[in-house]
Design a protein around this ligand. Structure first.
Ligand SMILES: NC(=O)c1ccc[n+]([C@@H]2O[C@H](COP(=O)([O-])OP(=O)(O)OC[C@H]3O[C@@H](n4cnc5c(N)ncnc54)[C@H](O)[C@@H]3O)[C@@H](O)[C@H]2O)c1
Length: 271
C-alpha cells in the first residue's frame, strides 16, 4: 500500500489534520476527495491542491447522516470505480464534568466522532471489499483513545470507542479474508481550529470546565504540530501498513503507560 495512485477520501478534509492529509496524499499522486460538512472549506482545500498541480474534488457531506454517506459512496464508486483509502477523520470537541455535559451536546459529539466513523465504514467498506484490490480504512481517534482526564468525558469516551470499533473491524476484515486493511490514528496535539470551532459549547460554570477548555485551546495552538507535518507522519504510517498510527513519539509512550495501568489494574492516571 504505497498510497501513490488511485483515489482517497478524507472526511473533515476541509480543515486541520484532514486538510494536511488531503495535501500530502495529493502530492503523492492520489486523487483526493475532500468531504466536509462545510463545503466552502472543502472547496478551498481542493482548489489549493489543484493550484499546486494535484487532483482533488470537494464534496459536501455530513458524516452523521447515513443516507448521505451512502449516496456519497455510490457516487464515488460510479465515478472512480474503486477507493484505495478512506479516512474517517471528521471530529469535534467539547468539555465539562461528565455530569455537566448537555445531553444534546453529548449526542451531537457522539454523532460526529463515533457514529460518523461507523457510517463511513458501513457505506464504503462493503464496496471496498467488493472491488477486490488492496485498500485501507483509517479511523482517526486520538491519544485520548488510550488516556483519560477530567473535563473530557464525552470526547475521550468517543475516542476510546473509535479504537474499539477499529480493532473489531480488524477482526471482521480478517475473518472474511478481505484485502481491505484498517488502521487507527492516534494524533497528539495538532494545531487546528477544533477548540475554536467548539466555541462556547464547553460549560462555563463554576466547576472550572470553561477555564480548562480555554487552557486546552491555548495548548493546542502553542504545542500543536503543524497539520501538514502531522499528516506526513500519518501517511508514512498508513503507507507502511501500521495498524497503530501516531503523529509523534508521545503516542506510543502513552499507549505503553495504558498497557501497564491495565496490567497492574492501577487507578486511572492523567497523561
Ligand atoms: N487537533 C488535535 O490536536 C487532535 C488530536 C487528536 C485527535 N484529533 C482528531 O483529528 C480529527 C480532525 O480534527 P482537527 O483537529 O483537524 O479538527 P478541525 O476542526 O480543524 O477539522 C475538522 C473538520 O471536520 C469537519 N466536520 C465537523 N463535523 C462534520 C460532519 N458532521 N461531517 C463532515 N465533516 C465535519 C469540520 O467542518 C472541519 O473542517 C478529529 O477526529 C479530532 O478528534 C485532533
Amino acid at each position: 500500500m504505497t498510497l501513490t495512485s488511485g483515489t482517497a477520501l478524507v472526511t473533515g478534509g476541509g480543515s486541520g489534520i484532514g486538510e494536511g492529509l488531503v495535501r500530502r496524499l495529493a502530492e503523492r499522486g492520489m486523487t483526493v476527495l475532500v468531504a466536509d460538512v462545510d463545503l466552502g472549506r472543502a472547496e478551498a482545500v481542493a482548489e489549493r491542491v489543484r493550484a499546486d498541480g494535484g487532483e482533488a474534488v470537494a464534496h459536501s457531506v455530513d458524516v452523521t447522516d447515513p443516507a448521505a454517506m451512502g449516496r456519497l459512496a455510490g457516487e464515488v464508486f460510479e465515478r472512480h470505480g474503486s477507493l484505495e483509502l478512506l479516512v474517517n477523520n471528521a471530529g469535534i470537541e467539547t468539555g465539562g464534568r461528565v455530569w455537566e455535559i448537555d445531553p444534546a451536546r453529548w449526542r451531537s459529539l457522539m454523532a460526529v466522532n463515533l457514529d460518523g466513523v461507523f457510517h463511513g465504514v458501513a457505506a464504503f467498506v462493503p464496496r471496498m471489499i467488493g472491488q477486490g484490490s488492496p485498500a485501507t480504512v483509517a479511523n482517526v481517534a486520538s491519544v485520548g483513545g488510550v488516556t483519560t482526564m477530567p473535563f473530557q468525558g464525552a470526547y475521550i469516551a468517543s475516542k476510546h470507542a473509535v479504537v474499539g470499533l477499529s480493532e473489531c473491524l480488524f477482526h471482521d476484515l480478517a475473518d472474511v479474508g478481505s484485502a481491505v486493511r484498517v488502521s487507527v490514528v492516534l494524533p497528539g496535539w495538532v494545531r487546528t481550529r477544533i477548540f475554536a470551532d467548539a466555541g462556547g459549547l464547553a460549560p462555563q460554570g463554576d466547576s472550572g470546565a470553561g477555564e480548562h477548555f480555554e487552557a486546552m485551546r491555548v495548548s493546542n495552538l502553542e504545542r500543536g504540530l503543524d497539520p501538514y507535518d502531522a499528516a506526513e507522519r500519518i501517511v508514512d504510517g498508513l503507507a507502511r501498513g501500521d495498524f497503530w498510527v501516531f503523529t509523534d513519539d508521545r503516542g506510543p509512550e502513552l499507549m505503553r503507560r495504558r498497557g501497564e495501568q491495565l496490567l497492574e489494574r492501577g487507578l486511572p492516571t492523567q497523561p
